[in-house]
Design a protein around this ligand. Structure first.
Ligand code: ATP
Length: 202
């Protein structure tokens, strides 16, 4: 294993914005493997409306099933206590010695990286790779990149690529409103949500 892209998130549910982010960096970096890692309850998010770990894991598997590079991992769901990115990176660093680790994040995550638990260690373990989620964020992210480099060291890659302005929060609302989900979710994920009545889908 030479290069591995790590992509963590709540994935409640996984959507095309997520797939776009990881595929962009998986292609640009020609990684050997992508690890998609659903987190437990993230420290900064409300428990409200969170599908079970098993459901989120399965939706990730369905979304990435056609991508031979992608593997969905339950390592954060299995680990006791809250999911901290630094623990995941330490575990992967120990498991794959010599592999270059890249961490894919959206702009909201890059812009708040200075508040992450043990951020100095995170940026020693992985290159941070970020894309904008909303128009106009690119310059803001460039500024943040420079600030993070100054304060914490590490390597950051901020790319200008297509923007898919969608969030899981908006999608959970659309699901309740019976809006057509095909622009935002892979068909197998829509089907899973319907079959299992997730997010009050009836
Ligand atoms: P929620 O609306 O429930 O807070 P979310 O859509 O922000 O969820 P997460 O699972 O929290 O999704 O996101 C996982 C990772 O994917 C984060 O790094 C986030 O910034 C990134 N991401 C989410 N949506 C997009 C998008 N549309 N474009 C690019 N990156 C995204």
């Amino acid at each position: 294993m030479r290069r591995m892209l790590i992509f963590g998130g709540t994935f409640n549910p996984i959507h095309r914005g997520h797939l776009h982010l990881y595929r962009h960096f998986a292609d640009a970096l020609a990684v050997d493997r992508v690890l998609i890692i659903p987190t437990k309850q993230p420290p900064h998010k409300q428990p409200h409306e969170l599908a079970s770990g098993a459901d989120r894991l399965e939706m990730c598997r369905l979304a990435a099933q056609d991508d031979p590079r992608a593997e969905v991992s339950d390592l954060e769901l299995r680990r006791a206590g809250p999911s901290y990115t630094v623990d995941t990176l330490e575990e992967l660093h120990a498991r794959y010695p010599g592999a270059e680790l890249y961490l894919a994040v959206g702009s909201d995550m890059l812009l708040t990286l200075d508040k992450w638990w043990r951020r100095e260690r995170i940026v020693q373990l992985a290159v941070i790779c970020a894309l904008a989620r909303r128009p106009g964020e690119y310059e803001l992210m460039q500024h943040k990149k420079e600030e993070l480099e100054r304060r914490f060291g590490g390597t950051y890659r901020v790319d200008q690529a297509d923007i898919l302005e969608i969030s899981s929060t908006e999608l959970r609302r659309k699901i309740k409103e019976h809006t057509d989900l095909t622009p935002w979710l892979p068909p197998a994920v829509i089907d899973y949500i319907k079959r299992n009545g997730l997010y009050q889908c009836r």
